[in-house]
Design a binder for this molecule. Structure first.
Ligand SMILES: Cc1ncc(C[n+]2csc(CCOP(=O)(O)OP(=O)(O)O)c2C)c(N)n1
Ligand SMILES: [Mg+2]
Length: 294
């Protein structure tokens, strides 16, 4: 896991697949590329087996293209639709048992710190709402309470998409799903609030209605997790297959939900803000307010 592993032994150059040669010549390793450069470099994920118009895939592509140091990052996935993308991903990743992702990420982060004490090794969890807020919620919450320096990303499609549409803790109250015919009996879990209470120092809630923002938030979250503590990003990624809507209508749905109840929210501690301002990732608040007014 370093830039050196992408280097090709000159004796093997002629037998390497073109995909790999492209990745070495034009990939994002060591170049500080971000989502705004999409289309101008060889991406770490170009194919996936997810449904047409999958919003999770859209978010995934943006997230992966925005990692500050992909060559020094390990992604921890969990069972669910997102886990089908990992075999196609040109970046180190671990598939954990459903729900265990934050426990696995904890061990990995600590092990990497011991093995590479002088280097930044970023560990980013990417998992569904069922994995994060239901079956793995104790692992998620306790990794935050312990202050583990990892980033957790939840793909919130508000159901168990991969197993046909059961309700999750993130499903909205009263909602009927394909395999949850009687309607959700309790409120959507406010995981962003839990995250703040449990010690996350950077928390963002957003949707596929604004993919550029997803990239910025991921960068912020990874930079802060490196230095200060746990960070959390929750992305609304509507599933057109389960909702039985046209793939093309799913972004319109994400936009509608932003207006209704999924508006962009970003929280950070003063220490996290200081770090992001110092690194140039964000503008100081006063300057930002003035820029917003202008
Ligand atoms: C330990 C374990 N329990 C249950 C399952 C079955 N299972 C596979 S995917 C899934 C739902 C995933 O839902 P979510 O995390 O929201 O991801 P999505 O598929 O919606 O992206 C379940 C229950 C499993 N594979 N392993
Ligand atoms: Mg889900």
């Amino acid at each position: 896991m370093s830039l050196a592993i992408t280097k090709i032994n000159p004796a093997f150059t002629d037998v390497m697949p073109q995909e790999y040669l492209d990745l070495v010549a034009d990939g994002p390793f060591g170049t500080n590329k971000s989502a705004k450069d999409l289309g101008l470099f060889k991406e770490l994920i170009e194919d996936h087996p997810l449904c047409a118009g999958c919003n999770l895939a859209m978010a995934f592509r943006t997230l992966i293209s925005s990692l500050p140091a992909p060559e020094d990052t390990v992604i921890v996935g969990s069972t669910g639709c997102n886990s089908l993308v990992f075999p196609q991903l040109a970046i180190h990743n671990v598939h954990s048992l459903f729900g265990n992702q934050n426990a696995v990420a904890t061990g990995l982060k600590r092990g990497l710190k011991l093995r590479f004490p002088d280097k930044n090794k970023d560990v980013v969890v990417m998992a569904g709402d069922g994995a994060t807020a239901d079956i793995g919620f104790d692992m998620t919450l306790h990794s935050w309470i312990r202050g583990e320096k990892i980033t957790t990303v939840m793909f919130d499609n508000e159901l168990y998409a991969n197993t046909g549409g059961q309700e999750s803790g993130m499903t909205q109250f009263g909602t009927v799903r394909n395999m949850a015919p009687t309607g959700k009996k309790f409120q959507k879990i406010q995981v962003t609030e839990f995250a703040k209470l449990a010690g996350c120092v950077y928390v963002a809630k957003l949707s596929t209605a604004n993919t550029a923002k997803i990239g910025q938030c991921l960068r912020n979250a990874v930079l802060v997790a490196r230095e200060i503590g746990p960070t959390y990003i929750q992305i609304y990624t509507p599933c057109s297959t389960n909702l039985k809507i046209k793939p093309a209508d799913s972004v319109a749905l994400a936009k509608k939900r932003v207006k209704d109840d999924y508006a962009f929210e970003e929280y950070m501690t003063a220490e996290a803000e200081q770090l992001l301002v110092a690194s140039g990732a964000i503008k100081p608040k006063k300057q930002k307010d003035q820029a917003d007014k202008a």
